[in-house]
Design a protein around this ligand. Structure first.
Ligand code: NAD
Ligand code: LMR
Length: 329
């Protein structure tokens, strides 16, 4: 059995960081053979073709085939997973939402091409920014493909949040669980430590012992650090995150395909959970069961959490309305 994986923007930075890890089995496990379809625009074909040569030179036992194309019908043919990376990254001083007009136009035609060519059970992971709203655009254009088969990457934010909490508490990151991201993959996101566990025990006491005023630390240090990490990387590195983004994409798809044993985060379609308007692609605490994302229900965000979630959801509503005005949905 071979799984077909389409990667758009495969000639770009994240594409290059993704391909070799997928071929090595990091995404779908050590027993799953993969067929890679690298979809680019003409300007990116050379880079993607070069990556394909290197994939061959890697002699990966799980890699059955690599095809490079600029034709979406060929690129998405039979795809079981589509990783929509191809799009422009932001630069210094930009918010991810500033990319809506430039990038939004990519995702409608790709959604339509997915509907026409991919496997019926295709699972689509949107990485290109602004990821939540691009996923909304792609899902809206994919006639006949349920919106539940689309999700947006917020796992990078969750990984950042877990790493920051681990650093503050001086514990290994593997000890930290249940730090979900709510809302948009943007500066308004809400990384939620209200349910965090450290080695299975609530984080609250350990945090109070370490930082004193927990609310002040969350509001002034932790949340801005996590929500602003993308911009911090851009300012320090000179361009946006690449290897960490690719690694989070691998984590996201692995969780989706192989299941989770605890909560994680993903931008998934709302059916009204937690008062989030139906149809938005919003990040929630989720689990993956039998190959489907399931929103963790029954949590009771306190007033502070509610305010932050509402602010990020309001931004998603604004983005949805903006792409409506642009005629993208
Ligand atoms: P990059 O510029 O290095 O690569 C983008 C590639 O996409 C280029 O090779 C380009 O030719 C290709 N491309 C453009 N339009 C295309 C189309 N219509 N079809 C196929 N390919 C197309 O950028 P990058 O650093 O790889 O980043 C890609 C995207 O990922 C950006 O939008 C960036 O903001 C986003 N990103 C998201 C997250 C996240 O957590 N969601 C994290 C990091 C980066
Ligand atoms: C990130 O979070 O690093 C990416 O979304 C890139 C960006 O523009 O911040």
């Amino acid at each position: 059995m071979t799984t077909t994986i389409t990667i758009t923007g495969a000639g770009g930075q994240i594409g290059y960081a993704l391909l070799f890890r997928i071929a090595a089995g990091d995404m779908l496990g050590p027993d799953e053979h993969v067929r890679l379809r690298l979809l680019e625009i003409p300007a990116g074909l050379g880079a993607a073709e070069g990556a394909a040569l290197e994939l061959q030179d890697g002699a990966f036992p799980l890699l059955d085939d690599v095809e490079v194309t600029d034709d979406p019908a060929v690129g998405f043919a039979g795809a079981d997973h589509a990783l929509l990376v191809g799009s422009r990254p932001r630069g210094p001083g930009m918010e991810r939402g500033d990319l809506l007009a430039a990038n939004g136009a990519i995702f409608g035609p790709q959604g339509a091409a997915i509907a026409a060519n991919a496997a019926s059970g295709v699972r689509v992971t949107v990485v290109g920014n602004p990821a939540n709203t691009n996923a909304l655009i792609a899902a809206a254009a994919a006639d006949g493909v349920p919106a539940e088969q689309f999700s947006a990457l917020t796992r990078l934010d969750e990984n950042r949040a877990r790493a920051q909490l681990a650093a503050a508490l001086e514990v290994p990151v593997a000890s930290v669980r249940r730090v979900p991201i709510w809302g948009n993959h943007s500066a308004t996101q809400f990384p939620d430590v209200g349910h965090a566990l450290i080695d299975g025990r609530p984080a609250a006491d350990a945090l109070a012992a370490r930082v004193g005023d927990v609310d002040a630390w969350l509001g002034e240090t932790f949340i801005p650090r996590v929500a602003g990490r993308g911009a911090e990387i851009i300012s320090v590195r000179g361009s946006s995150s690449v290897a960490s983004a690719a690694s989070a994409t691998i984590d996201h798809v692995r969780s989706w395909a192989l299941g989770t044993d605890d909560w994680t985060s993903a931008g998934v379609v709302s059916h009204g959970e937690y008062g989030v308007p139906e149809g938005l692609i919003c990040s929630f605490p989720v689990e993956s069961v039998a190959g489907r994302w399931r929103i963790v229900e029954g949590l009771q965000p306190d007033a502070g959490a509610r305010t932050r979630i509402d602010a990020s959801v309001a931004e998603l509503v604004d983005e949805r309305d903006a792409v409506r005005r642009l005629g993208l949905i």
